[in-house]
Structure formats: C-alpha cells, structure tokens
Design a protein around this ligand. Structure first.
Ligand code: PAF
Length: 280
C-alpha cells in the first residue's frame, strides 16, 4: 500500500490506473477509522479494481467552537486497517496541500446546506462540499463510497455531484452498528461509559419510529414525539433535531412514506451524535 501526500501523486496514480482501464474507487475519511469505514473500503474493493482511502481532518467543516483540534488522529492504526481491508493507496495531504495559499474558493450547495446538520452547524456542509470536490477532482475516481449515517451529507454531495456534473458516482453503504445498536462514529471515543449507555437512546428512538411506522402510524408529529420521549428519558441526552424529511431535498414531509428519512441529532454530554433510518 502506498501513501501519497500530494495532489500530484494521487492524480498521476489515478490517471495511470485509467490508462490501464482500471476502475478506481475512493473512500473519503477524516481518519480514526472504525468498522464503518472498513465496510466502505470493502464495498469499494468489491466494486473497483483499485481503492484509495483519503485521510484528512478537514478544518473548513468545523465551526470555531467545534472539535477540530481534538478530533481523534490515529494515522498508523488507520493505515493498518486500510491495508488489511485491501486499500491500495492512502491519500493523506497536509492542510496546505488541500488549501494552498489560503485558498478562497468554496463550494456551496445552497439551501440543502442549511438543513438538518447544516442548520445546527453553519458552514459545515460548505466545508464538506469544498473538500469533497477537491478530492473528486484529484482522485478522478469512478466511484466514491459514503456511509448512510451521514445521510444529510449524502444529499448535499449527491446534489453537488449532479450540479457540477462531476464524473464520480456516489455509492451509499448501510450504517454499521455495535451489537447493542449504537451507530459507529469516530466521536464515540469521547463518551464516558455512562454516556455511551445513554447514547443507545438514539438507536432505540429510531427503533420505536420504525415499529410505529410499520404499524401504519405515519404522521410526522406523532413519530417525532415518540422519538423525543425515548431521548428525553436519558438525563445527559439533549435533542438537537428530530426530523422526518425527503432524503433528496431534506425538506420536511407530513407522512412517513416509503423512502423518507427519519433523522436524529443529539448531544450526549458534550458529544454530538447523529443517526437515522430510511423508512420502509
Ligand atoms: O464523512 C466524513 O468523514 C467527512 O465529512 C468527509 C466526507 C471525509 C469530508 O471531510
């Protein structure tokens, strides 16, 4: 497995691969890899001839009071996991490599970027869209793999890819959970044992919503209130948002039709977690 630190090297590698008619996959990450990322690398491996994993903690997607400085950085362990899962290349650029000369060009997916996490974290999706555009035009990948856990991010990136007519196709992979239901996240390491127990309320709330919807109870407010009651039972859990939306537009829908996204964001102590389900 090779480690590239520059845009020039990754682009040259991808172009050489395409010359040999190889299909190139990209798994964009901020490192601190866990089993969720491993599943993305495996999905890329099964669909592509060559796989690059990017590891870059992107400063522009963090707000001034967010956890950029303390975001977990576990580069050696990340490389070991990526290699074990069959990655061919790690792309690990510096901030200066991705934002040369204090770059002032940003990608803003209007409207969508201000919904769900974008509403709670102003500027977050502008940072995500900007760095993912840079990754796409650098890696020139045929496919890029993202997790459904970041469902709003997926909507923003699908829209961005369509609007900019980028040639990388987005593949969305299922949420990976611990045995007790907690969705895997690099931020789970911030939780104390007690907070981790309380964080299970997120997946429990989604389970209640799925079960109500399965029994034909599809009214938005009823589903949101049922989820709120589950979360409200945990003293350290504070709801950021509960939303039933169309997954493409992130706009609220009145009833939980098939394919609607039910999403939750909540603070557990100081840690903000997200989770969701696509209703069937
Ligand atoms: O989902 C993430 O880890 C990040 O938002 C991404 C897509 C790697 C962009 O920094």
């Amino acid at each position: 497995m090779e480690i590239f630190r520059t845009v020039r090297l990754l682009r040259a590698w991808s172009r050489a691969a395409h010359k040999e008619e190889k299909i190139v996959g990209l798994v964009p990450t901020m490192g601190a890899l866990h089993a969720g990322h491993a599943s993305l690398i495996r999905a890329a491996r099964s669909r592509c001839d060559l796989v690059a994993v990017s590891i870059f903690v992107n400063p522009t997607q963090f707000g001034p009071s967010e956890d950029y400085a303390r975001y977990p950085r576990t580069f050696d362990a990340d490389c070991a996991m990526a290699q074990a899962e069959g990655a061919d290349v790690i792309f690990a650029p510096s901030v200066e490599e991705m934002y040369p000369d204090g770059a002032t060009t940003f990608v803003d997916v209007e409207d969508l970027s201000n919904r769900l996490d974008g509403q709670s974290r102003p500027g977050h999706f502008r940072g995500v869209a900007t760095v993912v555009t840079k990754l796409f035009v650098t890696a020139e990948a045929d496919f890029a793999f993202f997790g459904q856990k970041d469902a709003a991010q997926v909507s923003v990136l699908r829209r961005m890819t369509a609007d900019l007519r980028l040639s990388t196709e987005i593949v969305v992979c299922p949420i990976v959970r611990e045995a007790d239901g907690l969705a895997l996240s690099s931020r789970n390491v911030y939780l104390s044992a007690q907070q981790r127990r309380q964080a299970l309320a997120l997946s429990r709330a989604l389970g209640v919503v799925e079960s109500l919807a399965g029994r034909g109870r599809r009214d938005r407010e009823e589903l949101i209130e049922a989820a709120r009651a589950v979360l409200g039972a945990e003293p350290e859990v504070r709801v950021d948002y509960l939303a039933l939306v169309d997954w493409a537009t992130l706009l609220p829908v009145e009833t939980a039709a098939r394919g609607a996204l039910f999403a939750v964001a909540a603070w557990v102590g100081e840690t903000r977690l997200i989770d969701n389900t696509i209703l069937s």
